[in-house]
Design a protein around this ligand. Structure first.
Ligand code: ZN
Length: 341
């Protein structure tokens, strides 16, 4: 039997024919990178290929690397294998990777979502024979509300806190979630302050997207400056000494995991907003159908449940182990974002 076009080995998702890895978890010679989150773009590869909008992001995170930026839909050939990147709608510069060789087409989704967040280029289905999909939220209870409703709730929460003379502290990842929140905060309510990790990342992304004005919290920032305003902070800032300056404050987390009963209490936040940069259950099924693929490989998330369901629907579906983490559960996220504090 011929070797499949993409295989999963100890270093990552490997195209043997091209000698290229997709989002490798150990250092390799040549890596195609779907997006800038730490579990997909790791340090130590000799050469990186990624969407051009992701170039400034991974340079910020990984330092002095050799990286080539590509446009969406731009074909490039490595050792007779044709690659191209297609919008994944997950965060700015996020891509799916299409791999074609001798008429066979595979697509690796990386992380993705279908809802247009107004920041990243919206997801585009790509026809393929085999689709490698994440399934972070691949069980039926996950069903997202339209983002307009979520942002309305967030702004209402902020306005109420302001009336009570409190500072609102809203947690979200420094890359992706924080900018999505920032984009839709209602600046008629008050000022937006930021934690350093979020300020630095947003500064880089301001070259690509328009965001409201933010003020970095520094040593000089006074408690009275913050009162009634909103602070955007990475989850790792929760419980840190940094946050004490904000007293009296109320906290909230914006994450897909907030759909779980008890999630807010476990994370010791006052309020939870269900907002994810990943697909919910229905979106996953819609996306898979739209690729026309018969073979599905589920990587991270509820892989077993999800692939079993797909098999029941007639797909040739299986799971593969990866080191991708999906939407990191904030409880365990401290170590993940520490490098950015
Ligand atoms: Zn991601």
């Amino acid at each position: 039997m011929e070797t499949p076009l993409l295989i999963f080995n100890e270093n990552g998702i490997y195209c043997k024919e091209a000698d290229v890895y997709l989002d490798p978890w150990h250092p390799v010679d040549r890596a195609i990178i779907t997006h800038g989150h730490a579990d997909h773009s790791r340090w130590g590869n000799k050469e990186y290929i990624t969407h051009k909008n992701n170039v400034p992001i991974i340079k910020h995170r990984l330092g002095d690397i050799v990286v080539h930026g590509k446009e969406y839909n731009e074909k490039f050939v490595v050792n007779n294998v044709t690659f191209s990147l297609h919008p994944a709608g997950h965060i700015i510069g996020s891509s799916q990777v299409r791999v074609e060789h001798k008429g066979e087409v595979w697509v690796f989704s990386g992380d993705y979502k279908l809802e247009d967040d107004g920041i990243s280029t919206p997801f585009e289905p790509v026809k393929c024979h085999t689709f490698i999909t994440e399934c972070t939220f691949g069980i039926p209870p996950f069903k997202w509300e339209p983002q307009e409703q979520v942002f309305k709730n967030i702004n209402q929460w902020w306005a109420n806190n302001r009336e009570e003379g409190k500072t609102s502290v809203l947690f979200g990842y420094s890359l992706g979630k924080a900018q999505r929140l920032l984009k839709y905060l209602d600046t008629s309510i008050g000022k937006i302050y930021t934690h350093g990790a979020i300020e630095n990342m947003t500064k880089i992304l301001r070259e690509q997207v328009q965001f409201p004005h933010t003020t970095l919290i520094t040593r000089e920032t006074k408690k009275k400056d913050l009162l009634g305003n909103i602070v955007l902070a990475p989850p790792s800032a929760h419980g840190s000494t940094w946050i004490r300056k904000m007293v009296p404050f109320v906290t909230a987390s914006a994450s897909g995991w907030m759909a779980f009963r008890g999630a807010r209490r476990r994370r010791a936040v006052d309020k939870g907003f269900v907002l994810s940069d990943h697909c919910d259950w229905e979106e996953l099924l819609t996306a898979i159908k739209s690729t026309g693929a018969e073979k599905i490989i589920a990587t991270h998330g509820y892989t077993e449940i999800f692939s079993r369901y797909l098999r029941e629907q007639g797909y040739d579906a299986r799971t593969e182990q990866t080191q991708f983490e999906g939407e990191i559960d904030e409880v365990n996220s401290d170590k993940k974002e520490k490098e950015e504090l």
